[in-house]
Write a protein that binds this ligand. Structure first.
Ligand code: ADP
Ligand code: ADP
Length: 231
């Protein structure tokens, strides 16, 4: 079953010396619900650009993106905001936590922004931080956490509003193999517990072992796709 799909996405940028760079050249793909979907490809292949378009952060020059049968680029501003805040979560290569806030607060803030009370937001944040194994780090600020711990807080924050899909751009690109392993296991745990769909992007071929559905990307195109059952 498909939760998110892209149809015929084209995107180009004009460089400073006015050269047109075609970054995405007719990309179509379907993200399978409840699976760890992986886009793998060399640096510069267009993976981040595709991720931004699939998540509604950036517009394509042409093409469509459907979230559960609805074209996200046809949504009005409110609906698109709702899609971004409630249906998707993000994990980046660097944790991007707010440095002046504790782990608990970093996770609670997006819950409050979505309309919950402080008490409810903190309770929920505690619950999620417990899942990522950090119930002893609630009151620590990012500078007091290890790289692996900070990234686990970032995963917790991505989960804050029960997203359907978590987008992760090189989520373990800054971690050693021990901590990468912890994060990867966490993705599977979260998927199993909450039925979250993952879309992970990486240039690291080692991550292939992680993907249940794998898209190989090169020079702005999807070359290959593995793991999709024929339906
Ligand atoms: P990947 O994530 O696979 O490394 P990107 O999507 O980041 O690839 O980039 C693909 C190509 O698009 C690169 O050549 C990059 O320089 C170019 N690019 C990405 N974003 C911009 C931008 N905002 N302006 C100009 N060129 C860009
Ligand atoms: P219901 O649909 O009955 O309201 P939910 O499935 O939304 O229940 O939530 C059940 C519990 O699991 C709640 O405590 C909720 O906060 C938590 N939960 C559900 N999905 C997620 C998720 N993706 N991330 C974090 N917590 C979640």
């Amino acid at each position: 079953e498909i939760i998110l799909s892209a149809e015929n996405i084209f995107k180009s940028y004009t460089s400073e010396n006015q050269n047109k760079i075609d970054v995405l050249k007719d990309v179509s793909l379907s993200i399978q619900i409840n699976k760890i979907n992986l886009i793998i490809g060399a640096s510069g292949a267009g993976k981040s650009t595709l991720l931004h378009i699939l998540s509604g952060l950036d517009n394509p020059d042409s093409g469509k993106v459907f979230f559960k049968d609805e074209n996200i680029f046809m949504m009005n501003e409110n609906k698109l905001t709702n899609f971004r805040n409630k249906h998707i979560g993000f994990v980046f290569q660097f944790h991007h936590l707010l440095p002046e806030f504790t782990a608990l607060e970093n996770v609670a803030i997006p819950i409050m922004i979505s309309g919950k009370s402080l008490t409810k937001a903190k309770d929920k944040a505690k619950e999620i931080l417990d899942i990522v194994g950090l119930n002893d780090r609630l009151n620590n600020k990012p500078s007091e956490l290890s790289g692996g711990e900070a990234q686990r807080v970032a995963v917790a924050r991505a989960l804050a509003n029960n997203p359907d899909i978590i987008f992760a751009d090189e989520p373990t690109g800054n971690l050693d193999s021990f901590n990468s392993e912890i994060i990867h296991k966490l993705f599977f745990e979260i998927r199993d517990k909450f039925n979250t769909t993952f879309l992970i992007v990486s240039h690291n071929p080692e991550l292939i072992k992680l993907g249940e559905i794998i898209f190989e990307m090169k020079d702005g195109k999807i070359l290959n796709q593995h793991g999709v059952e024929n339906e």
